[in-house]
Design a protein. Sequence first.
Length: 104
Amino acid sequence: MVESFDIEQMLENKRAGLERMKARQQRVHSRLAEFVESHPGVIESGLSKVRDQLKRPFCAARGVYLEWEKILKNGSVAEVAALLRDTSPDTEQLRACAPFSLCQ
């Protein structure tokens, strides 16, 4: 039988793992923001990737990619970098589907 202390310990471990994952994601997106700022040309390649995704017949994240298309067509490098650094839940899905790679 599992004791309540064991359950609390498991939940605490789960919370700690989630916090580590969020911190890692923040570091990755911060590096992406720096990359976009130092290589503004990636905006065009990001836009190309977004459009490729939108051409797929069953694009599961279509709404997110439509939003990225609008951002990349109309936004500045500073706005894109700010979005990548934003840690609010409102932009979480956008950051998760960011059309940039540090390996370009």
